[in-house]
Design a protein around this ligand. Structure first.
Ligand code: ADP
Ligand code: ASP
Ligand code: MG
Length: 405
């Protein structure tokens, strides 16, 4: 008998019919003798619908109230799934994040899990019930409801699996595993049998939304066996593994990630003196805006240009701060755009192969795609380009690195 945590995403619980199908699937695992904790998302589209309601009132709603509201999406699906399970003769009970409790910090809309009290879940499992837990939500130490960021139900599932020392955490979704790149953009993408935590972490942080990045972080840290599977099709899915014994035979590149969520800001003609980077980027960080890529260039006239990227949702705020800084330090001009995309190639195989980056640049040059920024790490190369070339870039890199099915 194993203890399994199963997470079903928005499309998998998107209608009453699907919820009943999920219940039947869960029941099958119970009947095989396993203990099952199920984590569910809100019905597909519901989170966006709720966010839209508040935005009709104001563009800057209170983040506490937004979390209060948006957490209701998951409260509906946990109850519906528990009802569906009971109808099928399976004892079940649902819990919100507050009831478990899943304790987080107080950063509304992007809270981090601090601790999970697993005792209530265990008690219900021990009397034979399926425990259904709301994804995406928690409660801070003062009792306020928080949410974990978009896609956060993945993280709830992995964190519960870690707390319960579950035998496996299964992420059920609308694709049958992790692919070399988003199969909706590149139809020739291939499903991976397995991928290392390290690679999955890069893929997730560089934009592959199949798993939330914190979920992968948690799974790696607490050694939770993690698998991505299709909700309604049979198959082994993709296993996220700790290390890769066969890395010798691995392709150099395991996957291609991309993101449209970036924005680029540039400040030109900055006096090149010690401390300017701190003045410019420090004021952005102080506003709790995460900076991704940074490029600095010094010109002959002893001025310097900085270009950096932030999440597009932070663009307006970052621009306002940058304009203030520019007038304080006497910079020549400030510019920016949200019409950019980031494309990244990821693979542990890069460590043992030279020339991977230039192969990437070559493939993009062949398509006449201009590269605006570059950044590299041990197992990834990222480029920023004009958003309109995103799909062409991903497709041509997929072919160039021999990933096409
Ligand atoms: P859920 O609602 O189940 O959490 P998501 O929409 O969050 O589902 O994640 C699944 C989606 O992730 C897929 O439909 C697919 O379009 C997208 N995706 C992006 N990159 C990948 C990838 N490398 N492999 C598989 N799916 C990916
Ligand atoms: N419902 C939340 C969202 O849409 C959390 C999740 O689905 O994982 O982001
Ligand atoms: Mg998701």
């Amino acid at each position: 008998m194993a203890l399994i945590v199963q997470k079903f995403g928005g499309t998998s619980v998107g209608s009453i019919e699907r919820i009943e199908q999920v219940a039947a699937k869960v029941r099958k695992f119970r009947e095989e003798g396993h203990q099952v904790v199920v984590v569910v998302s809100a019905m597909s589209g519901e989170t966006n619908r709720l966010l839209g309601l508040a935005k009709q009132i104001t563009s800057k709603p209170s983040l506490r109230e937004m979390d209060m509201m948006v957490s209701t999406g998951e409260q509906v699906t946990i109850a519906l799934l528990a009802i569906a399970l009971m109808k099928q003769g399976m004892p079940a009970i649902s819990f919100t994040g507050t009831q478990v409790p899943i304790v987080t910090d107080s950063s509304y809309s992007k809270a981090r899990i601090l601790s999970i009290d697993e005792s209530k879940i265990r008690t219900e499992l021990d009397v034979g019930k399926v425990v259904v837990v709301a994804g995406f939500q928690g409660v801070d130490e003062q009792g306020h409801i928080t949410t974990l960021g978009r896609g956060g139900s993945d993280t709830t599932a992995v964190a519960i699996a870690a707390a319960l020392k579950a035998d496996e955490c299964q992420i059920y979704t609308d694709v049958d595993g992790v692919y070399t790149t988003d199969p909706r953009v590149v139809p020739k993408a291939k499903r991976l049998e397995k991928i290392t935590f390290e690679e999955m972490l890069e893929m997730a942080s560089l934009g592959s939304k199949v798993l939330q990045i914190r979920a992968v972080e948690f799974a790696g840290k607490y050694n939770v066996p993690l698998r991505v599977l299709h909700s309604f099709q049979e198959g082994a899915g993709t296993l996220i593994t700790l290390d890769d014994e066969e890395s010798m035979e691995q392709p150099i590149i395991s996957g291609i990630a991309f993101s449209r969520d970036e924005a680029k800001l540039t400040i030109r003609g900055v006096p090149d003196t010690p401390g300017v980077a701190y003045k410019i980027l420090g004021s952005i960080s102080d506003a709790n805006i995460e900076i991704d890529m940074i490029v600095q260039n010094v010109a002959k006239d002893h001025t310097t240009d900085f270009t950096f990227t932030v999440n597009h949702l932070d663009y307006d705020k970052a621009m306002e701060i940058l304009q203030n800084t520019a007038s304080q330090i006497g910079a020549r001009e400030v510019a920016g755009t949200t019409n950019i995309a980031k494309v990244s190639i990821v693979g542990v195989g890069m460590r043992s192969h030279a020339g991977v980056a230039s192969q990437m640049f070559g493939a993009l040059a062949k398509e006449n795609i201009n590269i605006q920024m570059i950044s590299t790490s041990e197992i990834k190369v990222s480029v920023v380009l004009d958003e309109k070339y995103l799909e062409l870039a991903v497709r041509s890199l997929h072919t160039a690195f021999g990933l096409d099915a």
